[in-house]
Design a protein around this ligand. Structure first.
Ligand SMILES: Nc1ncnc2c1ncn2[C@@H]1O[C@H](COP(=O)(O)OP(=O)(O)OP(=O)(O)O)[C@@H](O)[C@H]1O
Length: 575
């Protein structure tokens, strides 16, 4: 019998093959030296059996195939058990970053119209006080005690005990989850993930990184510092060690605790945001067991790549995937290639994000803020020309939940002729394309990012479409501009914003100085920045520089600069 299209299908398989192997290891209690004991573990057999019991219990409490359930649980064993139980039940977990703006959070939760709300006690307190997710009639707490109208997860699990294996025969197109974007350019949007998207993601990540479940103890151990990614580990047969840190504040992680976990469990894969990588490089201690690092979500500063590579064994790889919640991975670049393109980036070429991951089709279309209903090859610009990055492929999602206007702005329908349709099917070699091939159309996702393809088929990222500055002498993009100025030794980072009406915007460079640089040095630094700008035609027109104490950044990665907030600040400053 073929497995259903569901990443949880890997669980019974792994439980049969390696029942006692550790799937997930969590910090648990603290030892006298302040380090986590890592005494909370789940073996493959436990993960499978307990998620079966929870799936069956959820059904008894009304969470069934197709039910939407908000999940606000920290990365503990309960989180993984719940997520896999929901997948097994064919129910739809809804994940929102708890750290986002309160009003936005409430809007997201209301928009998702969940039937169930599953959370830690604190999340339930917030739900009651702030009136979150009123549609959720089923409320499950991971705490020991349930308030009236709530039930504990332990009870749910008990109620499902003995019900046997649970795995809904989910179809490739069935909705598997709703994952909200981090909202760095507005209120987060709920991305509709279908089961085929997750299955393809696991396959593409596995193939691209050569991740294979290993039979040997201590091999294939990942330290995922960004929790949703830990979900793929059991599906890939890799052991996850959940680090002792606040996953919503990677920049504040304690590097000694990360090193302790890495050394104790022979961690060989590390997954984290650029901010987390910066924590490790500042700490400077070698990472001898690590074979592969993945850093996703935002550009990784080149000096971080160089320093981190110096801490890794010579043959280790440092991958930066490029992608978004709506489509991941799109392209990939290894640290050596990233370093080799650094000089070009500092001359204004943008950031090289590597080659598209097979079988993605990446095409660049002319910049347009309006919706585009149907694909036409006429939309494409020539190689080397900057336009909006689009992707068609097995992980390109097709809609936002309850956000039709946003969906129209981000998706293009492409008709495929029958030859193309069958080649898409053959290339992907995956069941999820049967439906696409039958319909002979596919969805092209617009990334909302600008960039270009070079003659070698590499993709270069030039910033977000909404961050472009439309000056009287033409458009300016953030990524080709900022690294040019970031070479100044007393500059920590810069952010380009536009002030005024589109088409006549004044480009303004906001500048954050390196720590310890005195304010009185600013006039000199400003002059030096102006000199730097004069070296290149595209930066010559930038004449306004504003010093800013500390840029606003996104909460998920602590890396994306909030240019939306900086632009009105700059406008006010310029009066
Ligand atoms: N390797 C990378 N290099 C540069 N930028 C990247 C890289 N990977 C991702 N990004 C940026 O992150 C974006 C995706 O981020 P994510 O899906 O977390 O939501 P968001 O875009 O921050 O939120 P929202 O869409 O709600 O504003 C990409 O569109 C791109 O701008």
């Amino acid at each position: 019998m073929t497995e259903p299209c569901n990443i949880a299908a890997a669980l019974p398989r792994l439980a049969a093959e390696h029942p006692d192997r550790i799937a997930i290891r969590c910090p648990g209690k603290r030892a006298a030296n302040g380090m986590a004991r890592y005494d909370l573990t789940l073996t493959h057999a436990e993960l499978d059996a307990r998620s079966d019991a929870i799936a069956a219990g959820l059904a008894r409490h009304g969470v069934v195939r197709g039910s939407r359930a908000v999940v606000m649980v920290r990365p503990t064993p309960e989180f993984f058990l719940l997520m896999f139980a929901l997948f097994k039940a064919g129910a739809v977990p809804v994940l929102v970053d708890p750290g986002i703006d309160r009003r936005a959070l409430r809007q997201c939760l209301d928009e998702a119209q969940p039937q169930a709300f599953i959370g830690i006690p604190l999340a339930h307190v917030a739900r009651r006080l702030l009136g979150w997710a009123r549609s959720a009639r089923i409320r499950i707490t991971t705490g020991k005690l349930a308030w009236p109208g709530e039930v504990t997860l332990a009870e749910v699990e008990r109620d499902g005990q003995g019900a046997g294996a649970q795995l809904a025969a989910t179809a490739p197109d069935e909705v598997a989850a709703i994952l909200f974007t981090s909202g760095s350019t507005g209120v987060p949007k709920g991305v509709v993930y279908r089961h085929r998207h997750f299955v393809a993601q696991v396959a593409m990540l596995g193939a691209a990184f050569g991740i294979t479940p290993s039979g040997r103890e201590g091999d294939g151990v990942n330290l995922p510092t960004f929790p949703p990614f830990a979900l793929f580990d059991p599906a890939l047969g890799v052991t996850s060690v959940i680090p002792d840190m606040d996953p919503t504040r990677p920049a504040a992680a304690d590097p000694r605790k990360l090193h302790d976990a890495i050394a104790r469990f022979g961690v060989d894969q590390l997954f984290g945001s650029p901010a987390l990588m910066a924590v490790l490089t500042r700490h400077g201690q070698p990472l001898p067991t690590i074979k592969r690092v993945m850093s996703a979500g935002a550009p990784v500063p080149t000096e971080v790549v160089a320093t981190l590579r110096g801490l890794l064994p010579d043959d280790a790889q440092f991958w930066t995937p490029y992608g978004a919640t709506e489509c991941l991975p799109v392209a990939l670049i290894e640290g050596r290639d990233l370093q080799a393109t650094r000089a070009a980036t500092e001359r204004g070429a943008g950031t090289c994000v590597g080659r598209p991951v097979a079988p993605n089709v990446v095409r660049i279309i002319r910049i347009d803020d309006a919706a585009i209903e149907c694909w036409s090859d006429d939309l494409c610009v020539a190689d080397g020309e900057v336009g909006e990055i689009t992707v068609a492929g097995p992980t390109a999602t097709d809609s936002y939940f309850n956000r039709d206007a946003q969906t129209r702005l981000a998706k293009i329908e492409e008709a495929l002729d029958s030859a193309e349709a069958s080649s898409v099917f053959a290339r992907a070699g995956q069941r999820e394309h049967t439906s696409t091939a039958r319909r002979a159309t596919r969805v092209v996702h617009r990334m909302g990012d600008v960039g270009y393809l070079d003659g070698e088929g590499r993709l270069w990222f030039c910033g977000r479409k909404s961050h472009r500055v439309e000056s009287a002498s033409g458009p300016l993009y953030t990524e080709p501009v900022e690294p040019v100025f970031n070479v100044h030794p007393q500059v920590r980072r810069t952010a380009l914003v536009g002030v005024g009406e589109r088409g006549a915007q004044v480009p303004v460079l906001c500048v954050e100085l390196t720590e310890g640089v005195a304010g009185r040095d600013w006039p000199r630094i400003e002059n030096e920045l102006r000199e730097i700008g004069r070296q290149y035609p595209h930066t010559r027109g930038i004449e306004r520089f504003l010093r800013h104490k500390r840029f606003p950044v996104d909460i998920r990665h602590n890396a994306k600069i909030g240019r939306e907030k900086l632009a009105p600040w700059a406008a006010k400053k310029l009066g």
